[in-house]
Design a protein around this ligand. Structure first.
Ligand code: BES
Ligand code: ZN
Length: 456
């Protein structure tokens, strides 16, 4: 292990340099004009795996972007880790709020700023480098490893479930390892044992065949912008509770044990509020902030569009209005059931004065695991060795839908050990990765493989 650690320490700066090249590829999966860049990132990822010493590296085509696969299976009798991550990134708008360009990674105060630095290229790269250090120094890995890195995570992983079902043998493993989440706080590494699920929709309303003069026609027909806000205002009560009938029916109540554990976590609502710049925190009554984000479902409006939004004033009656609405789900809610409840409720609320279209976009199941399994304990020891601190156990509000697919289709447990931070600005301007966490993360990843190899 010492040789491996030496290698990681010696090559620390080279890693950042290489990662900068990875981050320079604008692999934005949501934007069709970047499709070639997304593919370029796949090729780059494959090359990085080959350089690290992984074998059978290739791009596996899907109807969308390819999955990068690579394995190293030279440790017979030892466990096999299936590593999952993603090489695609979120769009960068609003561009003018970035301090430095999103695809020119820049170091400031020990943090590397770039789109994808934390979510998820930086964390994928951390594992590739841990593998490289092992293979270069010892000629192999202490465990068997398979990498499966996709390019459509940020747009709902539409082709991944099929990929997994079609490649069950190639994905055979004992445990899934994922680093695609923040740690609990700066200096407080964590292992995540729960993620929320997602059900995402677009609502389109049409009032008339085109925009109208609001003086000549205002009062004669319904305004879809106004109807849309009336529909949306019926989604939650003033106490933050979702009003869709049946929405909470399958919600697993938060256990007293979890509640007690979470009260012990070093979390300050005031500090959290100030960091967010919010005048007040808000959410479902009767739950603390951590409880609301980790263990309660929510409904949010992700975007709204209608009418005239430029400078000045225009007296117009818009023909259409659109909203993007999504719900974060918790065990044991099902995205399909919730989708049906949502659609039925929107239809019921919508008056006959406008035409309604509800489009179901991506979804994903919530996930939660028993965290006392041997792999999670091994990860705990690895983090302790990499970060010099015992990790706390956390749940997260975000979603990684494939985690439940790994459980359901391959029967595999997952270990989520992320080295991002709550203020990493994922999906926002100035996304960043703390370089100390990255370095400790490479070390912790190397320890993780060793710890899993040592398991009986
Ligand atoms: N890295 C995130 C998932 C995440 C975020 C985990 C915060 C834990 C905490 C991932 O890249 C992501 O953004 N997932 C999407 C999934 C969606 C597009 C289906 C999300 O959560 O919005
Ligand atoms: Zn993301």
């Amino acid at each position: 292990m010492n040789d491996v650690l030496d290698f990681i320490n010696v090559h620390r700066d080279r890693y950042i340099d290489e990662l900068t090249h990875y981050l320079a590829i604008p692999s934005i999966s949501a934007l069709p004009e970047h499709a070639a860049d997304v593919r370029r990132a796949a090729t780059w990822t494959a090359e990085a795996l080959r350089t690290a010493g992984m074998q059978n590296v290739r791009l596996v085509e899907t109807p969308g972007q390819p999955v990068v696969y690579g394995d190293w299976l030279g440790a017979p009798g030892k466990p096999t880790i299936l590593f999952y991550g993603h090489y695609d990134v979120q769009p960068v708008d609003p561009l003018d709020l970035w301090t430095t360009p999103p695809f020119e990674a820049t170091v400031r105060d020990g943090e590397l700023y770039a789109r994808g630095a934390a979510d998820d290229k930086g964390q994928v790269f951390m594992h590739i480098k841990a593998v490289e250090a092992f293979i270069k120094q010892t000629g192999g890995l202490p465990v068997n490893m398979r990498f499966c890195i996709e390019g459509e995570e940020e747009v709902g992983s539409a082709n991944l479930d099929t990929f997994i079902r079609d490649h069950k043998e190639e994905l055979a493993a004992d445990v899934v390892v994922i680093s695609d989440s923040p740690m609990f706080d700066r200096g407080v590494p964590s292992i995540c044992y729960g993620l929320r699920g997602l059900a995402y929709f677009q609502i389109d309303l049409r009032g008339t065949k085109s925009d109208l003069h609001s003086g000549s026609f205002g009062g004669a027909v319904a305004n879809p912008a106004f109807v849309l806000t009336q529909i949306l205002s019926q989604m939650k009560d003033r106490g933050g509770r979702v009003k869709i009938p049946g929405f909470y029916d399958d919600v697993r109540p938060l256990s007293d044990a979890e509640r007690e554990e979470w009260k012990k976590l070093p979390f300050s609502e005031t500090k959290y509020r100030k960091e967010l710049g919010a005048p007040r925190l808000f959410g479902e009554k009767g739950y603390s902030t951590l409880e609301r984000v980790w263990a309660r479902p929510t409904l949010e409006v992700n975007g709204l569009l209608s009418g005239f939004t430029g400078d000045g004033a225009k007296t117009v009656l818009p023909a259409v209005a659109m909203a993007k609405v999504s719900m974060r789900l918790v065990p044991d809610q099902s995205p399909d059931t919730v989708a049906e409840l949502f659609e039925a409720y929107v239809k019921k609320l919508c008056p006959p004065t406008v035409t309604l279209t509800v489009t179901r976009m991506h979804g994903g199941k919530p996930w939660m695991t028993e965290f006392n399994n041997k792999f999670v304990r091994a990860a705990g020891r690895a983090i302790e060795q990499g970060f010099g601190q015992t990790p706390v156990f956390s749940r997260e509000g975000g979603s990684i839908p494939v985690v439940s697919t790994f459980q359901d289709e391959l029967g595999l447990p997952s270990v989520l050990f992320g080295v991002g931070l709550p203020d990493e600005n994922a999906h926002a301007p100035d996304e960043k990765l703390d370089l100390g966490n990255f370095h400790n993360g490479v070390i912790a990843s190397a320890y993780l493989y060793q710890e899993i190899a040592n398991l009986e």
